[in-house]
Design a protein around this ligand. Structure first.
Ligand code: SAM
Length: 544
C-alpha cells in the first residue's frame, strides 16, 4: 500500500462510518437476539449497536445489567471507545465491567497473542467457537496494522480453496465466522459491491458452503456515505441450497455456474452461462499509469498536431536509502537490502533518471511523429473511435519507464506492457455499459481503458466476433448484473463473460461481417449508425 493511501485521514483509514441509532435498532430488532445469546460487536465505534441491543432487551423487560453481561465488544479507536463508555454510563448506568467484555483493541489482535499471529497453525488449533451472534458494521476499505498485515493474510486470506481478499470487512467476516458457535449468526452491514465482485468470490463461497445466507439491501444508510449497502444475515451450520437476496431465492447451483459465484444471477441470464468463457479466446489486461499524465500524455488538436510544453533530459541520480524507502512497499525494506543500498550510497553509485521541465516556448508537433505513439484512453464510443491522445514515446518509451521506475510510489512497473502496440479490443474502465471498440495495432495502453487480445492460435475473426458480442445490450446486461455490478469493468470481467457458443455458424459469419464493415467504415470516417449496427447484433446474439 502506498504512503499516500496510508496517510489518508484516520477516519477513512479505520472505515469509520458510524451507524445511526435508528438504523442499528432496526437491525437488532430484525436479528431478534435471545437473552441467552452471547453477543459480539467487533468494531463498536461509539456504541450504536450495543446501545440498540440494550434498548432491545430493555423493551423485553430485561435489565440493562443482565443484558450487558451477554455483550462483548471491541473497538480500535481510543476516542470512540471512551465516548461509548461514557454513553453506556450516562444512558444506562453501566460501566465496562458490567459487560461480558469491552476491549479497546485491534479486532485482529484481540484474543491472539504474538505467537498466534506469527504461527497461523496455532490460530487454527484453537477452539474459537464461542458466540451466538456477531453483529455490527465492520470497517469497509480500512487499513490493516502494517506490522501484522502479512501474518493476517496467512490466517484469514485463504479458505475452502479460495483466496479471501485482504480487505478489512472480508477479514472481519472470516474472523467473526470463526468465532461463531454452530447455528450462531452473523448480521453485518456491508457494501453491496460484495454481491458480485470477483475479489469477494472466496468470501461468498465460505458463506454459502458453511451455512445459510440472506441479503437485504439497505436503501438508506446514513448521510455520511451514499454508497449502496446491504445487510448480510448468515447462520453457521446446515448448508442451504439457496441464497436469498431481498425477495429473490437464488439457487446455489446456479450461482456456482457463474465464474464469479454471482449473487445476482437470474434465470433469464443463467442460460448464457453454458461453460465457455471469452477468456478462452482472449486475454485481457489493464493499461499503465504514468505517474503524472501532464508530462507525457498530449491531446491531439486541430490538424493532427500537438503542443509540446516539456523537454526530457536523462541524468545520473545518486542512489540513497531515503529515496529507496519512499519507494518501498509499506515503506519497509529488509535489513539486508538496506545495507546493500547504504553501501551503494556510500560509494556514490548512481542510476539513470529523467528530468522533465518546461520548455522556454512550447513547440507544435505534426503527427505522425516517431517520438509519439497513440495513447488509448477510455472513450464512450462503441465499435471504433479515433485516437484523442498521444504519449511521448521516444526511444521506445524510455523517459516514461524511467519516470515510473524512479517515482516515490511502490508500484514501479508498467501495466499491460507486454500488449503495447498490439491489435485487440478495448473498452472504457469506468462506465455503466460496455463501450467496447476495436483497437488497431500501435497504441500504448492507459489504465482507464483495459484491452483484450486474441490468445495464440485463435483466428483473427474471433476478435470481431467477440467485439460484436460485447457491444450488444445483452452483454452489458450480463456484465453489469451478473459479473460485476460496480462501476468498473476490469479486464478479468471481460474474460469471465460467456462466449456465445449458442450463435449458429451462419449468424456468426453475419456478425463478423457486420462488425468488420462497421469498423472499416468508422475508421475511414464514413457516417455510420452505430446504434443501428448494435441493434442488428442484438438480434443475432440474443438467445431465445
Ligand atoms: C463502519 S464503523 C462502524 C462502527 C460501529 N460498529 C457502528 O456501527 O456505528 C467501523 C468501526 O471499526 C473500527 N475499526 C477499524 N478497524 C478496526 C480494527 N482492526 N479493530 C477494531 N475496530 C476497528 C473503526 O474505528 C470504526 O469505529
Amino acid at each position: 500500500m502506498s504512503i499516500a493511501r496510508r496517510n489518508r485521514a484516520d477516519k477513512r483509514q479505520l472505515g469509520q462510518f458510524l451507524t445511526p441509532n435508528r438504523l442499528s435498532r432496526k437491525i437488532v430488532d430484525y436479528a431478534r437476539p435471545k437473552i441467552t445469546d452471547l453477543i459480539l460487536e467487533p468494531s463498536f465505534g461509539s456504541g450504536s449497536f450495543i446501545e440498540s441491543i440494550l434498548d432491545h432487551f430493555h423493551d423485553k423487560n430485561v435489565s440493562y445489567k443482565n443484558a450487558a453481561k451477554m455483550i462483548a465488544g471491541v473497538e480500535i479507536d481510543t476516542a470512540l471507545y471512551q465516548q461509548a463508555l461514557h454513553t453506556f454510563h450516562a444512558k444506562y448506568g453501566l460501566s465496562a465491567k458490567d459487560f461480558a467484555e469491552l476491549s479497546c483493541d485491534d479486532y485482529f489482535r484481540w484474543g491472539s497473542d504474538q505467537a498466534t499471529l506469527l504461527h497461523p497453525e496455532k490460530y487454527f488449533a484453537k477452539n474459537l467457537e464461542k458466540y451466538d451472534l456477531v453483529i455490527g458494521n465492520p470497517p469497509f476499505g480500512g487499513t490493516f496494522d502494517k506490522q501484522i498485515e502479512d501474518q493476517l493474510d496467512r490466517i484469514y486470506g485463504f479458505r475452502l480453496g479460495e483466496k479471501i481478499k485482504k480487505e478489512t470487512y472480508a477479514f472481519f467476516i472470516i474472523k467473526s465466522i470463526d468465532l461463531l458457535k454452530d447455528l450462531g449468526r452473523l448480521v453485518f452491514i456491508c457494501s453491496d459491491t460484495f454481491l458480485t465482485i470477483n475479489t469477494m468470490k472466496g468470501l461468498r463461497k465460505v458463506l454459502m458452503d458453511t451455512g445459510s445466507v440472506r441479503i437485504r439491501s439497505l436503501k438508506e444508510f446514513s448521510d455520511e456515505t451514499s454508497h449502496p449497502m446491504v445487510i448480510i444475515d448468515y447462520q453457521k451450520g446446515p448448508v442451504a441450497s439457496t441464497v436469498y437476496v431481498d425477495n429473490d431465492e437464488i439457487s446455489v447451483a446456479d450461482i456456482k455456474q457463474t465464474p464469479n459465484y454471482s449473487w445476482k444471477i437470474n434465470s433469464e441470464l443463467l442460460k448464457y452461462f453454458n461453460g465457455k468463457l471469452c477468456g478462452e479466446y482472449v486475454v485481457a489486461t489493464s493499461g499503465m499509469t504514468v505517474g503524472k499524465n501532464e508530462y507525457f500524455i498530449k491531446k491531439i488538436g486541430n490538424n493532427n498536431t500537438i503542443e509540446e510544453r516539456y523537454k526530457y533530459e536523462l541524468f545520473q541520480d545518486p542512489i540513497t536509502l531515503t529515496k529507496e524507502l519512499q519507494k518501498a512497499r509499506l515503506g519497509k525494506l529488509s535489513e539486508k537490502r538496506k545495507q546493500e543500498i547504504q553501501l551503494l550510497e556510500s560509494k556514490g553509485v548512481t542510476t539513470t533518471n529523467v528530468k522533465v521541465s518546461l520548455k522556454a516556448k512550447p513547440t507544435t508537433v505534426q503527427l505522425p511523429n516517431k517520438n509519439y505513439k497513440y495513447y488509448n484512453k477510455g472513450q464512450t464510443k462503441r465499435l471504433y473511435a479515433n485516437p484523442k491522445y498521444v504519449i511521448y514515446w521516444k526511444d521506445a518509451g524510455k523517459a516514461v519507464y524511467l519516470f515510473k521506475y524512479n517515482g516515490p510510489w511502490y508500484l514501479h512497473g508498467v501495466g499491460g506492457k507486454k500488449y503495447f502496440e498490439k491489435e485487440g479490443i478495448t473498452w472504457q474502465l469506468v462506465a455503466n455499459k460496455l463501450y467496447v471498440r476495436y483497437l488497431p495495432s500501435g497504441y500504448i495502453l492507459d489504465s482507464g481503458s483495459p484491452a483484450a487480445f486474441l490468445r495464440q492460435g485463435i483466428k483473427k475473426d474471433e476478435l470481431y466476433f467477440i467485439l460484436g458480442w460485447l457491444a450488444t445490450d445483452i452483454a452489458t446486461d450480463i456484465l453489469k448484473k451478473v459479473i460485476n455490478h460496480t462501476r468498473n469493468i476490469q479486464g478479468k470481467d471481460v474474460e469471465r463473460m460467456p462466449y456465445p457458443t449458442w450463435v449458429s455458424a451462419t449468424d456468426k459469419k453475419r456478425a463478423i461481417a457486420i462488425v468488420k464493415n462497421a469498423v472499416a467504415n468508422l475508421m475511414s470516417g464514413q457516417n455510420t449508425d452505430t446504434d443501428l449496427t448494435v441493434a442488428k447484433l442484438n438480434s443475432l446474439f440474443r438467445q431465445s
